[in-house]
Design a binder for this molecule. Structure first.
Ligand SMILES: [Fe+2]
Length: 189
């Protein structure tokens, strides 16, 4: 007999709250959100946000490389990262989406007022026709209520959405990561 678990989809979370200055991270996210929103294609090092830069360099990327090696046994020749800040206001969630154009997405929450991130089973139509209890156990949605200082790492193909929330601001620092091969090519096909 042989039995394999095919097509695993890994979602990893870390609590970075003890390792960073969350107040400073919030301040820097707000500054970017308010002043640099149309320049989000600027590299992170040019944002003028030292704590976000440190969190990215010293915490997020090392944890991502560990995740890649532990879960996928893969060491990239290099990576490119697109960073941006998402600030959601009162009541606004996010419609279902993927992060096309990158391989992995790491989202850091410097503060959270509300709004869950919900991931959807990426296997197209996999749950069709199964009993409800079976679906809940094997094809259910993954819901995370982010805490301040939490990091979520997932493959960028994973469809997700954010539920609405009643008041306040919801900030996230997004790291869309592209794996590079030794010849510099990026393969999305
Ligand atoms: Fe997203």
């Amino acid at each position: 007999m042989s039995s394999e678990a095919m097509w695993p989809t890994f979602i990893e979370t870390h609590d970075l709250s003890d390792d960073c200055d969350l107040d400073q991270a919030v301040t820097e996210c707000l500054m970017v959100s308010n002043t640099l929103q149309d320049k989000n294609n600027l590299p992170l090092k040019d944002w003028g946000t030292p704590e976000l830069h440190r969190i990215h360099e010293e915490l997020i990327m090392p944890l991502f490389y560990q995740h890649l090696e532990r879960r996928y046994q893969f060491k990239p020749e290099g990576v490119s990262v697109a960073n941006w800040i998402f600030g959601g206001n009162d009541g606004s969630g996010l419609e279902p989406h993927i992060h096309s154009g990158s391989h992995f997405t790491a989202v850091f929450y410097p503060m959270v007022v509300g709004g869950s991130i919900v991931m959807v089973d990426p296997r197209y139509s996999a749950q069709r026709g199964y009993p409800r209890d079976f679906i809940d156990g094997h094809f259910g949605k993954k819901k995370i209520n982010p805490t301040a200082g939490q990091l979520v790492i997932m493959p960028s193909f994973l469809e997700h959405y954010v539920t609405g929330f009643k008041q306040g601001l919801r900030l996230s620092f997004v790291n869309d990561i592209i794996l590079r091969t030794d010849d510099g090519d990026v393969h999305f096909d």
